[in-house]
Design a protein around this ligand. Structure first.
Ligand code: SF4
Ligand code: SF4
Length: 82
């Protein structure tokens, strides 16, 4: 048994907080909490990739997270897909 989740991930160290990704996200899943760098709310994000294309600094990637159930616990595997 496994659970999957696809979401955007932002390299906070390289983000320049320009706001392009925030404007284009259809689900309002990105914020700039302290005006320093953008952050993705993984619970809202559907991994559509629109923000990735809008980022002038190319600091967004889409990752696919798979949780494999081993006995009673889940083992997490995360990989970059875009
Ligand atoms: S991948 Fe789509 S839903 Fe997720 S933050 Fe980017 S634009 Fe929003
Ligand atoms: S578009 Fe890129 S550089 Fe601009 S706020 Fe979003 S992640 Fe940061």
């Amino acid at each position: 048994m496994q659970k999957r989740k696809r979401y955007a991930s932002i390299d906070k160290k390289e983000c320049v907080a320009c706001g392009s990704c925030i404007k284009i996200c259809p689900l309002a899943a990105i914020t700039v909490p302290k005006g320093i760098h953008a952050e993705v709310n993984r619970n809202q994000c559907i991994g559509c990739g629109k923000c990735l294309k809008s980022c002038p600094a190319s600091v967004i990637e889409i990752v696919d997270e798979v949780m494999h159930k081993e006995d009673i616990s889940y083992e997490k595997q995360t990989k970059k897909v875009v």
